[in-house]
Ligand binder design. Structure first.
Ligand code: ACO
Length: 156
């Protein structure tokens, strides 16, 4: 963020925090379903994945925004990739940004992306990158990103 930009704020009583194990039953999966297919995830499967993320917390940084009732209404993941190039540099990857339908338009997505970018910088990343659909380019431009290439994929 430059000095000219207004400081980041959430609506009153909304909170940005790390994902908790208890968010399994606190609208986390439902919020991610706004983004894509999640499938039927049993609580023990979520707990296993959460443990993997916790044990590798230098890499996996799942975050949420909660509303005044404490319910998850936005999600976002920062992955910190340790590389050899750029003198063992680190690259941040932003993934799985999703805002509950009835909470969209309140700048929660903007807050999530900018907060994860700031986090990537604090981890020493020399850049932060993400893939998105063409219809979301304008949103990410408003978050300070620029189109810098083409996403390639091979699906299995
Ligand atoms: N295209 C262009 N501009 C947009 C878009 C869009 N698709 N969506 C929002 N904006 C603009 C807003 O109008 C606003 O502009 P302003 O500052 O001039 O008023 C600005 O971007 C910030 O908008 P927010 O209120 O922060 O957006 P919101 O909280 O609604 O979240 C999001 C946007 C995340 C795209 C939401 O609509 C969503 O969850 N969509 C479905 C899931 C999705 O597509 N996620 C992104 C996947 S890519 C990834 O995860 C790396």
């Amino acid at each position: 963020m430059t000095q000219d930009e207004p400081s980041l704020t959430l609506p009153p009583n909304y909170t940005f925090r790390k994902l908790k194990l208890t968010d399994y039953s606190n609208n986390y999966l439902e919020t991610l379903r706004v983004l894509t297919t999640v499938g039927n995830i049993e609580e023990h499967s979520f707990a296993n994945l959460f443990r993997i993320w916790e044990e590798n917390s230098n890499i996996y940084q799942p975050h949420v925004i909660t509303n005044p009732e404490g319910v998850v209404v936005a999600t976002g993941m920062l992955l910190v990739e340790a590389k050899l190039i750029h003198e063992c540099g680190k690259v941040g990857h932003i993934e799985d940004i999703s805002v509950a339908i009835d909470e969209q338009g309140k700048k929660l997505g903007n807050y999530m992306v900018k907060s994860l970018s700031t986090l990537a910088k604090s981890y020493g990343c020399y850049k932060v990158i993400l893939d998105c659909s063409p219809h979301n380019v304008g949103f990410y431009e408003k978050c300070g990103f620029k189109n810098d290439g083409v996403e390639m994929v091979q699906r299995f």
